[in-house]
Design a protein around this ligand. Structure first.
Ligand SMILES: Cc1ncc(COP(=O)(O)O)c(C=O)c1O
Length: 406
């Protein structure tokens, strides 16, 4: 015995035919019947505990899981013949489909293993010149901060960090703050589209437009945005955007995307050795070696299911689930919500005055079977709460009751 939790019967996996009629209903954010049906029919999520830590990675819907299994079997059975003869064409078609989904050109994207890889390629490949400065803040993702700090350590750039207010009143306040922090030497702004710490959604489009007027680029981390909030990649205006497909798109783990605007590719330095690919070909940045075939081959299925669910419906549902607990707990004296409810979607965070965040998360899990996660934030930290489309309003209310009891 391995001690691993049971994963359900084979029937669960293979009973996954999609009925289009299931998705025809409006799927209003508070229509529990609709969402319960979707959850029961299309998701195999553990019923042993309440998972409010869906920010780590997304549970794959059953039809996607089934496609993934088929792809694993195919790659395994066919071996090198598949990889050499069939896969190149298949992967080119997948890239085309993914680019269409993102509304950009296939020549503007590469498929990576995750957002960290995508953004490292952009950050470390950006053609910085001596004296260039970069702007970051405490709500950016630590790996991207570290990538910039690494360049700073190597003497390539200077990193300027500022404190983002946790509860900005509106988007304009955020834009003005970035504007204020820009120096004459600022070359790049790191924009974390949706913060992994408190879920704050920054107005990427507005900040990028403001920055561009000053000749400043934005490198945008949309790891948590793609599939959680509705946005148009070209409309963002950011020439460098990293995303993943295994959080809110529901793809198997191990797939990310880097978008670079066509005319910017030429100037990018390569991170993985490659001297033969043309300077203006984005493939020069994707010299990865053998990639996870089955994960990549499942991308069309995860995109199809995601489209069927509709990003508008999904976003509204996630926002609704978040609002249930935020509206309840903000009235509790000792609870401090550190997320602006209207500038966030699924993710929001809180802390309890005079209590350690790790203790609160422990009580929630050990005594209430509710999984959340502590995040570093200033001296007190916070607890991040992330429902998913298969989360019920009742489960969120159980969480509210558990926090009130603490
Ligand atoms: C804002 C943000 N950026 C980047 C990442 C990294 O994503 P990945 O683990 O897919 O590389 C995460 C992961 O949680 C994230 O929250």
């Amino acid at each position: 015995m391995t001690g691993l939790p049971a994963i359900g019967s084979a029937k669960d996996f293979f009973d996954s035919a999609i009925d289009i009629n299931d998705f025809k209903n409006d799927g209003a954010a508070d229509d529990e019947k609709y969402w319960k049906h979707i959850a029961n029919k299309y998701y195999i999520a553990s019923k042993d505990y309440i998972n409010l830590e869906n920010g780590y990675y997304g549970i794959q819907p059953k039809p996607v899981l089934q496609a993934f299994q088929k792809n694993i079997l195919l790659a395994n059975k066919e071996g090198a013949r598949f990889a050499r003869k069939t896969y190149p064409e298949t992967s080119a078609a997948i890239k085309k489909e993914l680019a269409a989904f993102l509304q950009v050109l296939p020549e503007e994207i590469i498929i990576t293993r995750n957002a960290t890889e995508a953004l490292n390629i952009a950050i470390q490949g950006y053609p910085f010149k001596e004296g260039d400065e970069v702007l970051i803040n405490q709500l950016d993702y630590f790996s991207m901060i570290e990538a910039f700090r690494l360049l700073e350590k190597r003497g390539k750039i200077k990193v300027n960090a500022f404190e983002m207010p946790l509860l900005p009143a509106n988007e304009d306040e955020i834009v003005e703050l970035y504007q204020k922090m820009i120096t004459e030497k600022t070359k790049v702004i790191l924009l974390t589209h949706v913060s992994n710490i408190n879920g704050l959604i920054v107005p990427v489009q507005k900040i990028t437009a403001m920055a561009k007027q000053k000749g400043i680029d934005t490198i945008t981390d949309s790891a948590h945005a793609l599939g959680q909030v509705s946005f148009s990649l070209p409309a963002l205006g950011s020439d460098f955007v990293g995303m993943n497909l295994h959080k809110w798109i529901g793809n198997p783990i191990g797939a990310g995307v880097l978008y670079i605007k066509k005319e910017r590719i030429k100037e990018m330095n390569v991170l993985f050795g490659d001297v033969n690919t043309a300077e203006d070909n984005i493939s020069k940045l994707a010299h990865f070696g053998t990639t996870p075939f089955a994960v990549i081959m499942t991308i069309p299925d995860s995109l199809s299911f995601h489209k069927l669910m509709s990003i508008e419906k999904v976003s509204k549902r996630l926002h609704y689930l978040k609002s249930i607990w935020v509206n309840e707990l903000k009235q509790v004296d000792k609870v401090e919500i550190v997320t602006p409810a209207e500038l966030s979607c699924a993710i929001a965070s809180f802390r309890i005055r005079d209590k350690k965040t790790s203790d609160v998360a422990d009580v929630l899990f050990k005594q209430n079977n509710i999984l959340t996660v502590g995040r570093s934030l200033g001296k007190d930290g916070c607890i991040r709460v992330t429902p998913a489309v298969y989360t019920s309003a009742d489960d969120v209310r159980k969480f509210v009751a558990a926090v009130k009891a603490i």
